[in-house]
Ligand binder design. Sequence first.
Ligand code: HEC
Length: 108
Amino acid sequence: MRRTVLIAAALVMAGAGTAWAAGQQLGQPLAPRSPEKVYASTCGYCHGTNVGPIILGRHLPAVTVVGMVREGRNAMPAFRPTEISNGELEALSRWVEASAANPQEKGQ
Ligand code: HEC
């Protein structure tokens, strides 16, 4: 009886490990990143550094942000769902729309 429980527990743990490994292999983050994190690591590379236009504090509609991120325009690259998931983009676009201007950013 005790042995059966142990084997069952080992199987459950092995299954969880496989799912975790598969998620890792596909390069998908296990938990969605916050809008602040995505902006800082991806968008802030250009926006606010004189490369792209300032997008914070302009109340750009979320739908515009989603379109730009998925399709790109001129020097603005498109990002695939493997880079920014749909859930992350939804949260990011709402965050950008509602954001206040950041006086430390450079650009116009
Ligand atoms: C490699 C630099 C670069 C990165 C990284 C980048 N952008 Fe851009 N983005 C640009 C440039 C350049 C433009 C202006 C494109 C044009 O209209 O010619 C732009 C335009 C935009 C616009 C339209 C602004 C307007 O005034 O109409 C939005 C919205 C936007 N980007 C959102 C984002 C978001 C959100 C991210 C992060 C996921 C991001 N961008 C990452 C360079 C970048």
